[in-house]
Design a binder for this molecule. Structure first.
Ligand code: FES
Length: 145
């Protein structure tokens, strides 16, 4: 059912963890299944992504896609990182079963949410970047009351 690359990234996910003082952080939820992903980006003064880390509370396909996504965005400019779409991530993983395609959207949305946070913090505009659709920060903050 899964490609070797998906199995590899699921069993040995790269860049798992949290980041202290990230340049940008984004948390998104998958409306279909309720799974959650948080993406941290460390971006240097030239707008190059030095490192990406993630935490995923989700299925194997979500873990594999977020792992691959962190590898794909590292070394890219913030503008180039926008091209790391769920399709690009799936291609890099040699595909996903059709029922798991929605899981790969989390990785794309989490990257976008982290880039949005970075842009907001630095007062810049990233061409083509839309506000995050599934950002659940507000939800989490509400839950703390
Ligand atoms: Fe929820 Fe895959 S089933 S992200």
């Amino acid at each position: 059912m899964y490609s070797e690359k998906v199995m590899d990234h699921f069993q040995n996910p790269r860049n798992v963890g949290e980041m202290e003082n990230p340049s940008g952080v984004g948390t998104v939820g998958n409306a279909k299944c309720g799974d959650i992903m948080r993406m941290y980006l460390d971006i240097d003064e030239n707008g190059i992504i030095k490192e990406a880390k993630f935490k995923t509370f989700g299925c194997g396909a979500a873990v594999a896609t977020s792992s691959m996504a962190t590898e794909l965005v590292a070394g890219k400019t913030v503008q180039e990182a926008l091209e790391v779409t769920n399709k690009a991530v799936m291609e890099a993983l040699d595909g996903l079963p059709p029922v798991k395609v929605h899981c790969s959207l989390l990785a794309e949305q989490a990257i976008h949410a982290a880039l949005w946070d970075y842009a907001q913090k630095n007062g810049i505009k990233i061409e083509g970047l839309e506000p995050p659709v599934n950002d659940i920060e507000e939800l989490e903050e509400e839950e703390e009351y």
